[in-house]
Design a protein around this ligand. Structure first.
Ligand code: FES
Ligand code: FES
Length: 214
């Protein structure tokens, strides 16, 4: 008795004799895909004899004169430079801190013509002729500004990262006369965040400076 060959269960159509194998197909499309990626993502070299691409342009810059802590500076800066970067990167005044770089924490607070500003949001080139005061300009030689002394007396800081901004904002707050009560000080200092939570002592330091008592 002869056995019948088993019936085939493969229902896929037979591959034509000329069809590429799976391995050939992948190799071919890999080469084509690679060529497309190179062509799409990398700038092609100019053809022989063609004009070379123009060199990248330097960003526009401006010349600027301003006073910082009573000292006159004339600098040329990229038009996009913030006052904070001008102070820290160009003038070496690193007392003003970069916290959020987005106007939300107050660590970068300085005085411009006596008014508090977030230096991270202020374009340097708008300050032609301005008088800027930073935390480095508060003390008079070895004599601390009264608010700096009050921060020490009241132990109004922990890590100290927010302190330069708190000091500059506190000086502004006192000069503006917004020190009638602890609530008023809190309101007018509310743009200055302290991650260590030293708020109660910061308010006491501002009160000590404004009224001689913490
Ligand atoms: S760094 Fe300017 S507000 Fe935070
Ligand atoms: S003392 Fe640390 S963030 Fe204010």
């Amino acid at each position: 008795m002869s056995a019948e060959p088993p019936e085939s269960t493969d229902s896929s159509p037979a591959r034509p004799a000329t069809a590429p194998s799976r391995r050939t197909f992948i190799a071919t499309t890999g080469v084509v895909g690679g060529s497309a990626a190179v062509g799409g993502l990398v700038t092609a070299s100019p053809a022989f004899g063609a004009e070379p691409a123009a060199a990248p342009q330097a960003p526009p810059g401006s010349r600027l004169s301003l006073s910082v802590n009573g000292k006159r500076y004339t600098v040329t800066v990229d038009n996009r430079t913030s006052l904070l970067d001008l102070l820290r990167e160009h003038l070496g005044l690193t007392g003003s801190k970069k916290g959020c770089n987005a106007g939300a924490c107050g660590a970068c607070t300085v005085l411009v013509d006596g008014r508090r500003v977030n230096s991270c949001l202020t374009l340097a080139i708008r300050l032609e002729g301005a008088e800027v005061t930073t935390v480095e300009g508060l003390a008079d030689g070895d004599r601390l500004h009264p608010l700096q002394q009050a921060f020490i007396d009241q132990d109004a800081f922990q890590c100290g990262y927010c302190t330069p901004g708190q000091l500059m904002s506190g000086v502004g707050c006192v000069q503006e006369g917004h020190t009638g009560s602890a609530e008023e000080i809190r309101e007018w200092m509310s743009g200055n965040i302290c991650r260590c939570g030293a708020y109660v002592k910061i308010v006491k330091a501002v009160q000590q400076t404004a009224h001689g008592r913490g």
